[in-house]
Write a protein that binds this ligand. Structure first.
Ligand code: NIG
Ligand code: FE
Length: 401
């Protein structure tokens, strides 16, 4: 359909997350979230070659090759889910039940998923991944980052990233997810592998490198180890992201800021110095919060009001994975952020769209300004507030044009 234009009409509420003139720039973080939403009523939008070519009042919508009428529904920018682990096989529902009965999460279950993932064929993994991406899209996610991290051999990590590349450009090498059981006796040798041959095999299929920096888990990596992984990834041309401060206080956030990583994810346990460092790094390093994890592990939620108050860039993402949060629902994430973390609906929506885009260093997604990718999420509702107001309802879907 290259070259064909589509006019999307009958948009009761259009949330653009773009500037007042409808143009591209992602709004400034100093502007209150409600204003950053760039709301228009009774609006229309023209899409050409997959981009927003025009937006304005429905009454003055220009003609196009095709017309779609949304009958007064709300439209928001498709969610930008900047953190997921979708390439895996196997099942850990028994671990979830045990956790609900009081067994704490420490990352040890990652080894269970690793074994099942290694044993799966390419086609099995491809089908599982495609199903999960379709689920996310069916709930309004139009950009998704996907990590490796359940292979933990050179071939299995490279395979995970090759498969992930079939569904997204936002692929992340997470060979440093945990030290695999067969390498426990010699962590240094595993670090050599991750920063050497594994990185070399994975970098061509990856945009990012990530590390589970969590001294509170015996399975994850220390500050010294994490630094080595990130610097090696950077040397191979990858952008940096960090899993940090999830299970307890730790060096992840500080390290992410020091190295200029795009994002530090989880941020449940931050010191005053961490928050100050993140505030100073606004524009470079985003604090990505994953409230689905706290919900599914029954853990305390991060203090997002403290972060917003300090001027930190905040994103919301799903962290969809078989251990700590097996849901890719960004509407659920928004609802949890509002209900449990006291974000306003406007703040949560901005964090799930513009925030995610910033965490991936993208300016073409997360908003619907002229020139942006025409990634529209339609709501079975008159306003974006319904995302939090009606938790668990299937209100959002990505619009196929
Ligand atoms: O982001 N924290 C490390 N990685 C995942 C969990 C992975 C798993 O338990 O399978 C996370 O929470
Ligand atoms: Fe994660």
């Amino acid at each position: 359909m290259s070259g064909a234009s589509v006019v999307v009409r009958g948009i009761g509420q259009l949330v653009t997350c773009a500037g007042p003139d409808g143009a591209v720039p992602v709004a400034d973080r100093a502007v209150p979230a409600q204003e950053r939403l760039g709301i228009r009523h009774d609006a229309a939008l023209v899409v050409e070659d997959g981009r927003v070519a025009w937006l304005g009042d429905d009454a003055s919508a220009p003609a196009a090759d095709r017309s779609v009428d949304l009958g007064g529904r709300a439209v928001v920018p498709g969610f930008v889910d900047s953190h997921s682990h979708l390439v895996f096989a196997g099942d850990r529902s028994a671990e979830f039940s045990a956790r609900m009965a009081g067994t704490p999460y420490d990352g040890g279950g990652i080894g269970v998923t690793m074994a099942a993932t290694r044993a799966a064929s390419d086609d099995e993994l491809r089908a599982l991944l495609a199903g999960r991406v379709a689920e996310a899209r069916g709930l309004g996610t139009t950009t998704i980052e996907v990590k490796s991290g359940y292979g933990l051999t050179v071939d299995d990590e490279a395979r995970a990233l090759r498969l992930a590349r079939e569904v997204t450009g936002e692929t992340t090498f997470l060979g440093a997810h945990v030290v695999p059981p067969e390498a426990r006796e010699d962590r240094a040798a595993y670090l050599d592998l991750v920063t050497g041959p594994m990185l070399e095999a994975c970098a061509p299929h990856a945009r990012w490198v990530d590390v589970f920096c969590e001294p509170n888990s015996p399975h994850a990596f220390t500050e010294v180890e994490a630094r080595r992984v990130l610097e090696a990834g950077r040397g191979a041309g990858l952008g940096m992201r960090v899993h940090g401060n999830q299970l307890g206080p730790g060096p992840g956030a500080r390290l992410a800021v020091e190295l200029g990583a795009a994002s530090v994810d989880h941020c449940t346990y931050l010191s005053d110095a961490d928050v100050e460092a993140l505030a100073g790094a606004a524009g470079t390093t985003v604090a990505t919060l994953l409230p689905g994890v706290e919900f599914s592990t029954r853990s305390p939620y991060p203090d997002v009001r403290r972060l917003i108050g300090a001027g930190v860039d905040v994103a919301l993402a799903s962290d969809c994975n078989p251990g700590t949060c097996f849901t890719s629902s960004m509407p659920l994430v928004v609802a949890l952020a509002v209900r449990e973390m006291r974000m306003t609906p406007a703040e949560a929506l901005v964090a799930a769209t513009v925030g995610g885009a910033r965490a991936l260093r993208r300016d073409d997604v997360g908003h619907l300004g002229v020139g942006a990718r025409a990634d529209l999420a339609v709501l079975e509702a008159p306003s974006h507030e319904h995302l939090a107001y009606r938790p668990g309802m299937p209100l959002a879907r990505a619009l196929d044009l």
